[in-house]
Design a protein around this ligand. Structure first.
Ligand code: DQA
Length: 151
């Protein structure tokens, strides 16, 4: 089993040219490399997957069961309405961290609700890509707690 998969949702493939005043100028490629490098900093084996498709996102969560110990998820706009993604995440037995690049609570009211947060261990919003580093740190700590409990 690998340690963590970073699952990135719709429109995050457009990073770099998508509303740079909100999301910054780094591309998906840059974000993917960043996730791999912060995972390595915490000695976590990692994979990164992005899709614009809700079905593929759900299937990636299903496939993560038994293949990864933890999930870091940025479901993009699915965050705000996809009960199907919330249900899939609820099935995943390991730590789940939700990350949003922007501060969703300072934006439009429809972004203030996450249907994913209730099934996540925690959520990090508004820190840009640094949020993924905080999430990797949280995954490392939560997996260590699980290992300690198992001993
Ligand atoms: C986002 C916030 C969502 O509201 C938005 O739909 C996104 C990106 C973020 O990372 O800030 O696609 O998840």
């Amino acid at each position: 089993m690998r340690d963590v998969i970073f699952l990135l949702g719709p429109n995050l493939d457009q990073l770099g040219r998508r509303e740079p005043e909100i999301y910054g100028t780094l591309t998906l490629e840059d974000l993917s490399r960043y996730c791999e490098s912060v995972a390595a900093e915490f000695a976590l084996s990692a994979a990164v997957f992005q899709t614009n498709s809700e079905a593929k996102f759900i299937e990636a969560i299903h496939e993560a069961i038994g293949s990864f110990k933890a999930i870091v998820v940025n479901p993009g706009a699915f965050t705000h309405y996809s009960y199907a993604i919330a249900d899939a995440l609820a099935m995943f037995p390991g730590p789940k961290l939700e990350v949003h690049l922007s501060n969703v609570y300072g934006r439009e009211p429809w972004r203030h609700r996450s249907v994913v947060s209730p099934v996540a261990n925690g959520a990090i919003v508004g820190l840009g890509i640094l949020g993924f580093k905080v999430a990797a740190m949280a995954v490392s700590g939560l997996l260590a707690d699980i290992d300690a409990g198992a001993k």
